[in-house]
Design a protein around this ligand. Structure first.
Ligand code: C2G
Length: 130
């Protein structure tokens, strides 16, 4: 198949929704690269720092059996550059991003997969706070 898949995320407080998207993304090819949002990018995206720092989040993602390569995603605006640099053929994202990366469809296939219901990093934090 020789197809390279790429996906991106913060992957803070790693949970089953993250595992599912990585597992399903890998099924579209035979090599999966994951761009992990830096702490600074996460702050820009969500106006708050992640609970786990970027190096911890990278170590966790790197140890997932479906993941072949990881790198730090510094900016949402570099998406196309990352795809080109990684020579990825397919971009896979959860459908909360549906449509947001269609501009990449001139250089790779863009696939949005359904999110895993009723789990999110924010929900986990709220539950722990209770
Ligand atoms: N996800 C999912 N199901 C959930 C939660 C998350 O499928 N219940 C998916 C998201 O759709 C995303 C990936 O898991 O594809 C990572 O989610 P986050 O860590 O929340 O990443 P996000 O903030 O969406 O960052 O350049 C894109 C951004 O870096 C994506």
């Amino acid at each position: 198949m020789n197809k390279k898949v790429i996906t991106f995320g913060t992957f803070d407080l790693f949970h089953i929704g993250h595992l599912n998207i990585l597992k399903r993304a890998k099924e579209y090819g035979d090599f999966l690269t994951v761009g992990i949002s830096t702490d600074a990018l996460n702050f820009d995206k969500k106006q708050k720092n992640p609970i786990y720092c970027q190096s911890s989040r990278m170590e966790i993602i790197k140890s997932i059996r479906y993941v072949d390569e990881v790198f730090y995603e510094e900016s949402l605006d570099l998406k196309k550059q990352y795809i080109i640099d990684c020579k990825a053929n397919i971009l896979v994202m959860g459908d909360d991003w549906k449509g947001r990366f269609d501009f990449c469809s001139d250089i790779c296939e863009v696939i949005y997969l359904s999110r895993t219901p009723s789990i999110s990093t924010t929900e986990v934090i709220e539950l722990i706070k209770e």
